[in-house]
Design a protein around this ligand. Structure first.
Ligand SMILES: [Zn+2]
Length: 443
């Protein structure tokens, strides 16, 4: 069996995460666990293996020194599929025209398998590690991060109880992208160094109910959506934050004119640059806290006025801003006629340094393994990963993407026909080997 066949076989396990826990088929999770045990025997022999929260996996390979360890995260659950949209069996892992098609090919069993292939192959070569190597594989990232049974959180708590602090933690995220949008003629490798915060806020108006045939001047539902609409239409102030600053500083040398000039003096040209960036939703989200209405509820019947009308405002918070600030800004802006309740929220992460040994190693290894990359840059992740929980337990947390083909195939993540190019998969294994080598100081 070769590395490609092992990937296909592992992608065939239906480790599907559902929010309704009773729908999950855990025998598929067991299948995944026993397959990796079978395919990576030396890894399983050298590592101490623990199951945490039933199905999450923690592997520790002892290093030769007591320097701070390196943590590699991953998750092996995947989101459900809608088979109608697929041209290939979603869990068939069929090879077609140099691609492997399967749910999880990119997010992120493909990534996990490439990592395990790299470790196994280093161990076969007889390498030992300078630092302890922690492999942390969650089983419910897709639905579990906010839930009580989050495998990633259970592992973190276990490590806190053991007093473990990491030199750095690595996880999914990051990207290879066409640099055009960023003013770079060529491929850009982005390393996630921070994540935005997350917050749901419930805005409620309590008014007198009654029959809809004799409506008041303004109904509760009207008032509450108007208040929430005020938050949606009056955007929060845009500004550069430490993560976007670091990104532009890395990109400037590779940019073409006239952007190169504008971003070199980004503080002088800030009003113009922010004006352009806020025109596009993707770039706007990197420079300001956003708020958008996602759910609304009124009365239970079509002819009854709502007594309690509610709107959920989903907010994503940039570094430098906070949950507390956002809640108090909402209260100030919409006034006291409404009840404002934060439902759940977490602050943006800290911004990991681009001067750390870990970041500079990642940067160097990417340029070695992918010589066609024009530039490597840090960036602010808009989406959340489980690695956010390690910002207080590691000197740096970095999100990397090992597969070049994601440049074209990003839209297949959580969607139909998810796939990874076979050549990218093999290159990904090389990338992880080189990176483990650089970070763990292989001897
Ligand atoms: Zn993922």
């Amino acid at each position: 069996m070769d590395a490609l066949e092992r990937l296909q076989s592992i992608l065939q396990t239906k480790t599907i995460s559902y929010a309704e826990r009773e729908r999950i088929d855990f025998s598929e999770y067991e299948k995944f666990i026993s397959l990796i045990k079978q395919y990576y025997p030396l890894f399983h022999e050298k590592a101490v293996v623990e199951r945490v929260g039933m199905y999450s996996l923690l592997y520790v390979i002892k290093g030769t020194t007591d320097l701070n360890p390196i943590g590699w995260m991953g998750h092996y659950d995947v989101v459900p599929v809608n088979p109608e949209g697929w041209n290939h069996e979603p869990f068939g892992a069929e090879v077609y025209e140099d691609y492997v098609y399967a749910r999880g090919a990119l997010d992120m069993k493909g990534h996990v398998v490439a990592m395990l292939e790299a470790i196994e192959s280093l161990l076969v070569e007889g390498k030992t590690f300078e630092r302890d190597l922690y492999i942390m594989l969650g089983h419910n990232e897709e639905t579990g991060s906010a839930m009580a049974d989050s495998g990633a959180k259970a592992i973190k708590e276990l490590l806190i109880s053991r007093g473990i602090t990491f030199e750095c933690v690595l996880d999914e995220g990051g990207a290879f992208i066409d640099g055009k949008k960023l003013g770079v003629n060529g491929t850009v490798a982005l390393i996630g160094v921070a994540e935005k915060g997350y917050l749901d806020v419930e805005i409620m108006a309590r008014r007198e109910g009654g029959h809809a045939s004799t409506p008041p001047e303004r109904s509760a539902l009207f008032e509450v959506t108007q208040a929430a609409g005020l938050m949606e239409s009056n955007k929060f102030k845009a500004d550069f934050n430490p993560a976007t600053r670091a990104m532009f500083e890395a990109l400037v040398p590779a940019m073409d004119q006239p952007l190169k000039f504008l971003f070199k003096y980004k503080d002088i040209f800030k009003p113009i640059l922010l004006n352009v960036m806020t025109k596009n939703p993707e770039t706007a989200a990197t420079v300001r806290t956003t708020a958008v209405m996602t759910m609304a509820s009124g009365s239970k019947a079509p002819n009854v006025l709502a007594q309690d009308a509610k709107v959920n405002l989903n907010c994503r918070i940039v570094p430098g801003d906070s949950v507390e600030e956002v809640v108090s800004r909402i209260k100030r802006r919409i006034g006291s006629r409404f009840t404002v309740t934060p439902i759940n929220g977490n602050n943006p992460t800290s911004v990991s340094s681009v001067e750390s040994r870990c970041y500079t190693s990642i940067d160097k290894v990417i340029k070695e393994v992918y010589p066609d990359i024009k530039v490597v840059a840090p960036y602010l992740m808009i989406a959340a990963t489980d690695s956010r929980i390690y910002h207080d337990q590691a000197e740096g947390v970095y999100r990397i993407q090992p597969f070049m083909s994601i440049k074209d195939d990003r839209p297949t993540i959580h969607a139909d026909n998810e796939r990874v190019a076979i050549s990218s998969y093999y290159q990904g294994i090389q990338f992880f080997k080189a990176l483990i080598n650089a970070l763990n100081g292989l001897i």
